[in-house]
Design a protein around this ligand. Structure first.
Ligand SMILES: Cc1cc2nc3c(=O)[nH]c(=O)nc-3n(C[C@H](O)[C@H](O)[C@H](O)COP(=O)(O)OP(=O)(O)OC[C@H]3O[C@@H](n4cnc5c(N)ncnc54)[C@H](O)[C@@H]3O)c2cc1C
Length: 337
């Protein structure tokens, strides 16, 4: 599997943390990337249904660190990243609205949030990419880790990077590491995302593009159509509050959908009758409440074993946190050799 004499590295998970790590490792390593999904980009996810486009994971992101801004530049120049300035409101329990201050510039990947994975991979033919390849087990020992996915086995790898949620990483860890306690203490909360695609005559008249709700059920809504490059079909994304979803994670999806629609109608007066598309996505791992690492070292690493873990949950719960975690680990591994 590794005809080159470069150290072989396996990265499990192709969300932005895994992708940034792979990119940061550059030409010094022989990089293999694995993901259980058919697509890249993890929680930067986009669904298309005829005229409608839904970013049903991350809605937008900020780039506050110089490293992230610099990394994004070529993608911005090529039109894969665009600024987005939505009218942002808070909707109170009585339905009253207040405009929120603009805050830092919001960015989106174009034509959907998942686009970054495809663009990146297209420019990195040297990567060994295995999609639809969920890793079930890790075997072997330091310096020679093997990955098992169903009947298939991959390796040996000198370094193994878990770029997956901490709960899933903990379940795959083959041995006790320095960072096992950090993984064990980090828990992520979930949420439900409802995607509504309206036919032209049904589209509600909303005078905002992003709404934060002061509500027990709903947390956030975005008019996806208002982002650059999303196409014409009016597309609305509704998200629950994490604490509500945590209590309703195993509920029947239709009853969750009905509850979300009722709350949205009550708070905004807008219809949820959407004949173009009407689907729910349940996210088990969205947002960490306790972080596993620190801004000084935003990744987990056991140098003796060659095992590492990265993800937004190392230092926050945002896209930029995932980037910083992955890129910082790459820099560290690059300096180890
Ligand atoms: C609903 C929602 C809304 C959000 N809104 C925002 C927002 O507005 N702004 C913002 O900045 N951030 C937002 N986020 C958070 C943002 O999406 C994340 O911070 C970021 O995408 C995390 O990237 P990551 O690489 O750490 O993890 P992920 O993107 O979760 O990547 C992990 C990858 O690992 C794969 N995987 C898991 N187990 C295995 C296995 N055994 N084998 C192989 N592959 C495996 C998964 O398929 C996935 O692709 C939101 C997230 C969600 C879900």
């Amino acid at each position: 599997m590794n005809p080159s004499d470069k150290p072989p590295v396996a990265i499990i998970g192709t969300g932005l943390a895994g992708l940034a790590c792979a990119d940061g490792l550059g030409q010094k390593f022989d990089v293999s990337l694995f993901d259980k999904s058919r697509g890249l980009s993890g929680r930067l996810s986009t669904r298309r249904a005829q005229a409608h486009t839904f970013d049903h994971g991350a809605q937008y992101f900020r780039a506050e660190s110089a490293a992230f801004q610099q990394w994004l530049k070529p993608f911005e120049a090529a039109g894969h990243v665009r600024d987005w300035q939505p009218r942002h409101v808070t909707i109170a329990a009585d339905g009253s609205k207040t405009t929120r201050p603009d805050g830092a510039a919001k960015k989106v990947f174009v034509p959907g949030m998942s686009a970054i994975g495809k663009v990146l991979v297209a420019g990195r033919p040297q990567w060994n990419l295995y999609l639809d390849c969920g890793i079930d087990a890790v075997e072997g020992q330091a310096g020679a880790w093997m990955l098992r996915a169903g009947e298939n086995s991959f390796g040996p790898f000198e370094h193994l990077v878990f770029a997956i949620p901490p709960e899933q990483g903990l379940a795959l860890l083959p041995v006790e590491t320095h960072f096992t306690p950090a993984l064990a203490k980090t828990r992520m909360l979930g949420c439900h995302t409802l995607m509504l695609g309206y036919a032209a005559h049904e589209a509600p008249q909303l005078d905002w593009a992003c709404a934060h709700f002061e509500d027990d059920v709903l947390g956030f809504a975005a008019v996806n159509t208002s982002k650059p490059g999303r196409g014409e079909g009016f597309s609305l994304v509704l998200q629950t509050r994490h604490d509500w979803s945590q209590r309703h994670m195993e509920d029947d999806i239709d009853s969750v959908s009905a509850t979300m629609k009722a709350r949205f109608q009550a708070l905004t007066g807008a219809s949820t009758q959407a004949s173009g598309y009407d689907r729910m996505h349940r996210w088990r791992y969205v947002s960490a409440q306790v972080f596993a690492a620190t801004p000084e070292q935003p990744y987990l690493l056991d140098t003796q074993l060659g095992l590492c873990a990265i993800g937004d949950w190392c230092l926050g719960s945002k896209v930029e946190d995932a980037f910083v975690s992955g890129m910082s680990l790459a820099t560290r591994l690059g300096g180890l050799g």
